[in-house]
Design a protein around this ligand. Structure first.
Ligand code: 5GP
Length: 126
């Protein structure tokens, strides 16, 4: 079910638990601002999730409430993770699902990094 982004941040969401090491993940990267791990249900040969360390539900509250340092650090981390995964040259796709229409399921902001194959249309045609 997509989340309701008007609700308060839920400290029990699955990515908050991963950040606190309460549940396992296949960790890829960590720095002051971001944490990255392999998606549990990969949709491409490479499917990595990058989450900010701060308590942000989605792109809306992150883009309005995060500090310049948090935003810069997070964006740089996404690029670093993709580059370190060997994706910069063949290319990759970034995706952020936001709120109900975006079909966001986990209420902690995450950027999907997809790579390792050729992609076609951005959004499935109806
Ligand atoms: P969303 O639809 O919110 O943009 O994407 C949520 C993503 O989180 C999905 O791709 C899903 O496979 C992934 N996911 C959900 N629970 C877990 C988990 O416990 N561990 C990991 N590594 N990924 C998860």
């Amino acid at each position: 079910m997509p989340i309701d982004p008007t609700l308060a941040y839920d400290d029990h969401n699955v990515f908050a638990k991963i950040l606190r090491s309460e549940i396992p993940c296949r960790k890829v990267y960590e720095d002051q601002w971001a944490f990255a791990f392999h998606d549990i249900n990969p949709q491409a040969p490479v499917h990595i999730l990058v989450v900010p360390k701060g308590r942000y539900i989605g792109w809306d509250d992150f883009s309005t409430q995060a500090s310049e340092a948090e935003i810069a650090g997070f964006v740089r981390a996404v690029g670093t993770v993709a580059r370190d995964a060997g994706l910069a040259e063949p290319g990759y796709r970034l995706l952020v699902n936001m709120g109900q229409h975006g079909h966001q399921e986990v209420p902690h902001l995450h950027v999907h990094i997809f790579g390792g194959r050729q992609f076609t249309y951005m959004i499935p045609r109806e």
